[in-house]
Design a protein around this ligand. Structure first.
Ligand SMILES: [Zn+2]
Length: 441
């Protein structure tokens, strides 16, 4: 059995100019309310049992939801006796909850495939699953570090040390939790917060947490500006377009020679330098309804030039440089393999003919599966004939950029019909020129 718990206790002080004395979850948006949209989303999943933890004006929340039958759901409201913080409200209500439940904040706009999230939680059989995503302001967000299998290794609360590279993976505020894992926790403060206290305590006390990475829309709407922005995103169709409930197109990006200067194999973070304007251009992709996915061959791993951990630091550098322009990539897939054996220092078990080294299709097909990508409406931007060949094999539209190798590598035959000076011009071809985009906004 599985339940959804909505945290609806917030007063909404910052929204008062819009909501008057309404509690925050009842803030009006796109012809509904924040809470109404969440109940619509739950109704679209296989989940039917909802518990709303209310506080401020609990009477209004209860009146609004009734028994949930309006949504085809079973809704029960529990008013907290005293404000105890977001996690405190859940801990106080544990006896009324089922063994496994989703926790959703009542002041966010989201369109997440909840069944898919629940499946991932069940597959990994952890005490908790945190939906994680890159965002456009990681420097003032809680960063979630995960290992190669997606298991959470550490949560780094902000503020972050000046000048440190940060992997852009942020706690999005949507969880699947096991009641037993929470009941056993000790040493929490009186008003615990999930991000700041509960997950850290779980990791300290040996519980396992899975970081479920998703490109879906989930944003706080708790200020008048954010409420207006999320309302516009609903109206433009962006919120639903990014959901994993349906397929979306992607812009696949090669790394070296497209995003960052081609300087040969990169085995240290300081050797990664973005071309001018790349951050702004990737931010334009982020504002569109295209997913953004980097696919890159990194034989440095098989050659023994750097470890997977060191490659992680190089990609934290990439994330950090992009984040300076409020840009991010939804996902990055790399091939660590290399076919030719017999070099000193190599990692022998990675030396074979894999199915992911470009132009093999493995990375693109894995991304398409994991991110619900419609390849027929997607693009690849690259600087080599290897990328051109990859696009041909996957049925992607291809744009060759003149940066990096500029198509002069001569590995595969064929000519690209579309060329662009650089990434920015390539994205103009796909999204339309920047001036037109500015008018559309
Ligand atoms: Zn490979």
């Amino acid at each position: 059995m599985m339940q959804v718990v909505i945290l609806a206790g917030g007063m909404g002080t910052r929204l008062r100019e819009i909501t008057g004395d309404l509690p925050k979850p009842l803030a009006p948006i796109a012809g509904s309310t924040l809470l109404g949209r969440q109940l619509d989303l739950i109704a679209a999943s296989s989940l039917t049992d909802v518990v709303i933890l209310s506080g401020y004006r609990a009477d209004l929340i209860a009146d609004y939801c009734g028994d949930g039958s309006k949504w085809g759901l079973s809704v029960r409201c529990i008013a907290e006796a005293q404000p105890r913080g977001t996690a405190g409200a859940v801990l106080d209500a544990l006896d009324a909850l089922q063994d496994t439940f989703i926790v959703m904040y009542g002041d966010v706009v989201l369109d997440v495939d909840l069944d898919r999230l629940v499946d991932a939680h069940r597959t990994h059989a952890t005490s908790g699953t945190i939906l994680v995503h890159p965002n456009d302001h990681p420097f003032d967000s809680d960063i979630v570090e995960v290992d190669a299998e997606g298991m959470v290794t550490r949560i780094r609360g902000y503020p972050h040390p000046e000048g440190e590279d940060l992997p852009n993976l942020v706690n999005a505020g949507l969880y699947v939790l096991e009641r037993r894992g929470l009941a056993e926790l000790t040493g929490l403060p009186p008003k615990p917060d999930f991000g700041k206290h509960v997950f850290a305590a779980m990791l300290d006390q040996g519980a396992s947490l899975y970081g479920y990475r998703s490109p879906e829309y989930i944003k706080d709407a708790g200020t008048p500006e954010r409420l207006a922005k999320t309302g516009r995103d609903i109206a433009s169709g962006k919120v639903s377009a990014l959901s994993l409930r349906s397929k979306a197109p992607a812009i696949f990006l090669d790394r070296d020679g497209v995003l960052n200067r081609e300087v040969g194999l990169i085995s240290r973070p300081e050797n990664l330098e973005l071309y001018p304007g790349v951050g702004e251009t990737v931010a334009r992709i982020n504002r569109s309804t295209f997913r953004s996915v980097v696919v890159t061959n990194q034989p440095v791993i098989a050659r023994g030039d750097c470890t997977v951990e060191e490659l992680g630091r190089i990609h934290a550098r990439l994330d950090t440089l992009l984040a300076r322009d409020h840009a991010y990539v939804d996902a990055l897939y790399y091939c660590p393999h290399h076919p030719d054996k017999g070099f000193p220092g190599e990692v022998a078990h990675l030396k074979f003919e894999c199915d992911c080294r470009k132009p093999a299709t493995g990375l693109v097909l894995q991304a398409a599966e994991e991110l619900q990508i419609d390849l027929g409406r997607s693009w690849l931007i690259g600087d080599t004939t290897t990328d051109m060949e990859l696009a041909r094999r996957c049925g992607l539209q291809f744009i060759l950029v003149e940066t990096g190798h500029g198509g002069r590598d001569g590995r595969f035959p064929g000519a690209s019909t579309l060329t662009a000076r650089d990434l920015s011009e390539a994205v103009d071809i796909i999204l339309g020129p920047r001036a037109a985009e500015a008018r559309a906004n």
